[in-house]
Ligand binder design. Structure first.
Ligand SMILES: Cc1cc2nc3c(=O)[nH]c(=O)nc-3n(C[C@H](O)[C@H](O)[C@H](O)COP(=O)(O)OP(=O)(O)OC[C@H]3O[C@@H](n4cnc5c(N)ncnc54)[C@H](O)[C@@H]3O)c2cc1C
Length: 428
């Protein structure tokens, strides 16, 4: 007979201090469930780019954290928080060859609680999740998971620095390359999405930003740009007294079998090299300002870039169930990494954590696939199954949607222009 697996006896071991790991730790800590987060990198590692947070994800989290207001969150994590901003974003897409707006959906209301989405600096979000409550979240940096063994209720983990730990449950929050997943579900390999993505940082003084970018971006933290089957958003990742940090990206579908810009197996050094083919492609696109400024050969050569390999993962329910029997539950990119073009991965990561903590705490839990067995050890297992019962379809649909959105965002410019024309003829 399985032992009683009470989560208050041995801590929950959370692997990874990205947004899913830290949100889980914050929620468990708030409910007095002992937990420890183990993170491979050091505390000062930056994940500075910005992401779009959506109401359907951040609102349930804020509710669980004690009805914190959207405004409080936005003012703590928005890229423009240091200059009084709250992460507003304009969803308009511009034609990068003219700089003019092509498609301009109704602007998001800049009020507070009814905002459907806002931009967040990912690093500021991690820090906020770690520090927003009264009780301290226990994060052990420089603890890279090496291996683990045991079963639900009784697990032993070993880290590369030689430290060992015991716990009741492992929460795998260690991202798309999850060590936990590789350890127990080695047959699952992240799929490489056939897309070329280059990404770069750009720092401007306030004066340069106000002259070059502000006339187009206004108060928004993102400037969406589309060209002929490619996409080039410019985003604000941080504004402070020293200036403005921007990110840009350039993406398009892979062309044929020998696309010189598609390098999925490149080393980190190779992925940082600036291909002449890219510079030529950007020059041929004849970008208008401010895209021409940020993505000019001169600035790319000065600031560098990174060739991003886009990966997608989705773990099947039967694999999730077998991992669960061995004491592991997944949150975030470790089980559903999705192409970035849908802008949903981080949001589903947050929602996972809310649903998981609710499932773990559900005292009224009745029924469920494992409840016929009334041992208390199985109650925990049943609660974890209940989490997947809710989250599985949501995440499966999201991965599919993000893949489809890739096609929509990279359509030929003629299609964009036709769409814009149709939209302009619709009654307002
Ligand atoms: C350019 C870009 C733009 C994006 N834009 C958006 C957006 O607009 N909206 C959106 O919702 N999502 C967006 N995303 C996706 C979003 O950032 C991710 O879905 C989200 O960060 C996943 O969080 P996570 O905590 O699950 O994983 P991660 O953030 O990857 O965190 C995993 C953590 O685990 C640690 N780790 C890994 N292995 C180990 C180990 N062996 N031991 C210990 N620790 C380990 C890592 O160091 C890391 O800190 C974007 C992603 C990118 C790249």
């Amino acid at each position: 007979m399985r032992e009683f697996t009470d989560l208050s006896r041995k801590p929950v071991l959370i692997i990874g201090a990205g947004i899913s790991g830290l949100a889980t730790a914050r929620l468990l800590t708030q409910h007095c469930i002992p937990n420890v987060v183990f993170e491979a990198s050091s505390a000062d590692r930056n994940q500075g780019f910005s992401i779009t947070l959506r109401k359907w994800a951040y609102e349930p989290l804020l509710h669980e954290l004690g009805d914190i207001s959207t405004e409080t969150l936005a003012k703590a994590i928005a890229p423009d928080r240091h200059v009084g901003g709250a992460g507003s974003l304009d969803q308009a897409l511009r034609d990068v060859s003219s700089g003019q707006k092509l498609i301009a959906p109704e602007p998001a209301k800049d009020g507070t609680s009814d905002r459907k989405m806002f931009r967040a600096n990912r690093n500021a979000l991690r820090v906020w999740l770690r520090d927003c409550g009264e009780q301290e979240v226990d994060v052990r940096y420089r603890h890279k998971l090496k291996s683990f063994q045991g079963e639900l209720g009784n697990l032993k983990v070993e880290f590369e620095n030689g430290v060992n730990f015991e716990g009741s449950l492992i929460i795998a929050a260690d991202g798309v390359h999850s060590t936990v997943r590789q350890h127990m579900l080695a047959h699952i390999n992240p799929e490489i999405v056939p897309v070329v993505v280059f990404h770069g940082d750009f720092h401007l003084s306030h004066e340069e930003f106000n002259t070059i970018i502000k006339p187009s971006i206004g108060d928004s933290n993102i400037l969406g740009g589309v060209g002929d089957s490619f996409n080039t958003p410019i985003t604000v990742s941080n504004i402070n007294e020293k200036g403005v940090d921007l990110d840009w990206s350039y993406s398009r579908a892979v062309r044929g079998d020998n696309d010189p810009l598609f390098n999925p197996y490149g080393t980190q050094d190779q992925l940082r090299q600036i291909p002449n083919d890219l510079l030529y492609e950007l020059e041929s696109a004849k970008l208008a300002s401010p895209f021409s400024y940020v993505l000019s050969a001169e600035h790319i050569q000065k600031n560098g870039l990174f060739n991003w390999v886009s990966r997608s993962v989705f773990v099947s329910r039967s694999d999730l169930n077998s991992a669960l029997e061995q004491g592991v539950v997944f949150v975030g990119d470790s089980w559903h990494a999705m192409p970035i073009f849908g802008g949903e991965g981080g949001n589903h990561a947050l929602l996972d954590t809310v649903e998981l903590s609710k499932a773990l705490l559900d005292n009224s839990f009745q029924g469920g696939r494992k409840m016929e067995n009334e041992e208390k050890g199985h109650l925990l297992e049943a609660r974890l199954h209940n989490y997947y019962d809710g989250a599985y379809k949501r995440c499966h649909d999201a991965v599919r949607r993000c893949r489809q959105r890739f096609g929509l965002l990279h359509r030929p410019i003629e299609e964009w222009r036709m769409l814009a024309e149709q939209k302009s003829q619709q009654p307002t």
